[in-house]
Design a protein around this ligand. Structure first.
Ligand SMILES: C[S@@+](CC[C@H](N)C(=O)[O-])C[C@H]1O[C@@H](n2cnc3c(N)ncnc32)[C@H](O)[C@@H]1O
Length: 236
């Protein structure tokens, strides 16, 4: 049988790899890198650094271009189908019987990452190795807990928050927000960008007091680096 390992490599700091992830990296015969045409060099560089640090010799890496993703429901379904075909093809063509392929997954593979669904749809045997997500990193950097005593937390996206604060929860972690969806809410915000990297940015306070500052710092950093990765907790 051919196997795949989905290995969480943490959301930025190369130290955010578990010992299980390090053992998994060393058990991989071939690494598969699905690279987006638009992918930030920094992220590809961090992946290379992880391999250089933890795998001895020159690991075999097969890079392929990740198909572009459209916006409509049909385009997304088509994108999923193409990615599934691509990964199934890599497993078939690049792994010999008994070999293990590895996919390095940013942060934790179980949070806002589509690769598990792709791998499951391929029908191949696979295992998930958890990693430190941007959510854990955010809370740790701000020295807060995600939940308040006995309370719930919801992890959501900027697009969903833009439709309004969800019912039944006062603590929200927001990822994938390109539209400053936090603006205007009567809440505390704990914001973090490029967590775990040398460019890490942290700002916290009432949205009314620090919202504009976050918008400014975010826009400046985005222009300077050419890309942005930020996550925040809203607490009301
Ligand atoms: C496609 S999701 C992947 C999440 C990842 N699987 C995880 O566990 O963190 C990408 C989003 O994660 C968040 N993110 C990932 N890395 C981050 C970092 N180093 N600093 C801040 N936010 C990050 C951002 O909200 C970004 O838009």
């Amino acid at each position: 049988v051919r196997k795949l390992l989905l290995i969480g490599i943490g959301a930025g700091d190369p130290g955010w790899l578990t010992l299980e992830a390090v053992a998994a990296l060393q058990a991989v015969d071939v690494f598969f890198a699905l690279e987006k045409a638009s992918e930030q060099d920094d992220l590809a560089g961090l992946r290379r650094e992880v391999l250089a640090r933890h795998v001895s010799g020159t690991p075999r890496v097969v890079s392929v271009e990740d198909p572009p993703r459209g916006r409509s429901a049909e385009a997304v379904a088509e994108w999923r189908r193409r990615r599934t075909e691509l990964v199934a093809g890599l497993v078939r063509d690049e792994l010999a019987d008994g070999q293990t392929g590895g996919l390095l997954i940013w942060g934790d593979p179980t949070l806002y990452d589509g690769m598990r669904d792709v791998v499951a749809a391929c029908g191949v045997e696979y295992r998930i190795v958890p990693g430190i997500s941007a959510v854990s990193a955010l809370a740790a950097r701000h020295r807060i807990a995600l939940n308040r005593v006995g309370g719930g937390v919801q992890i959501t996206t900027g697009r969903r928050l833009a439709d309004g604060w969800p019912d039944g929860v006062d603590d929200l972690v927001v990822m994938l927000d390109s539209s400053l969806a936090f603006m205007g809410f009567d809440a505390d915000i704990y914001w973090g960008a490029y967590l775990g990297t040398p460019d890490e940015l942290l700002i916290s306070g009432r949205v009314a007091d620090v919202g504009e500052e976050i918008a400014r710092v975010r826009a400046e950093a985005r222009t300077r680096k050419g890309w942005m990765f930020d996550t925040y907790l809203l607490r009301r």
